[in-house]
Design a protein around this ligand. Sequence first.
Ligand code: BGC
Length: 264
Amino acid sequence: MLIGQTAIVTGASSGIGAGVAKALGAAGANVVVNYAGHAEGANHVVRQIKDGDGSAFAVRADVGSEADVRGMFQVACETYGTVDILVSNAGVQQDAPFLDMTLEQWNRVLRINLTGAFLCAREAAREFIRRGIIRERSCAAGKIIFISSVHEIIPWAGHVNYAASKGGINLFMKSIAQELGLYKIRVNSIAPGAIKTPINRTAWETPEAEANLLKLIRYGRIGEPVDIAKAAVWLASDESDYVHGTSLIVDGGMTLYPGFSTGG
Ligand code: BGC
């Protein structure tokens, strides 16, 4: 489905990013597996893609650093010729009650989750416009997919830096979609609910925590990275060619506010 295309996936050494990278590789894309600190995880993802006859390599880059992001796109273009797909996934949580939240906690989350999305998307858009459309590969000049969160919609006490970063991604995504559509660059987000990954381990690792989390999920199961990966492959492919400027919620019904099925 994505044969001949090249994808950069940020934060791909674990969790949703790793799942997305593997699924894009399985769909035929060359994959640049970005990581910030966990080289081992990234190399493992690369090996898995290669074992499935795909092509991939790992690149260390801090998405909050302009120089690192430029360098990552440069090495991707040197290796594969160009970039066709960006999955901007790198994200962190630094949780604290609002009254205790430090400026460092605020800045770190905004820097990685929102500024990182800006720097990567800007570099991707520049490369897509430089290269233009290659019809045999895709109807679009390029595809940008942000991995956001249900917390671009659902307020989240104790996580205000994270919720602000994800709310920011929503209007950032829509605004650049408005700006880039004329270049035939498609821009969308995926808003995952609770997906079983290291970022939310405390929310699912004990049976009690898991039971509490399940109360928030109408479909009755915690998500897996592959649930998001399948949506990402679709959004990266021409199967979704008319989908532009939207946020696809993949949350098992978390945004249905299940508490209201009996309350309210
Ligand atoms: C957060 C997780 C959380 C989920 C649902 C995600 O964006 O990173 O920690 O479990 O939203 O609340």
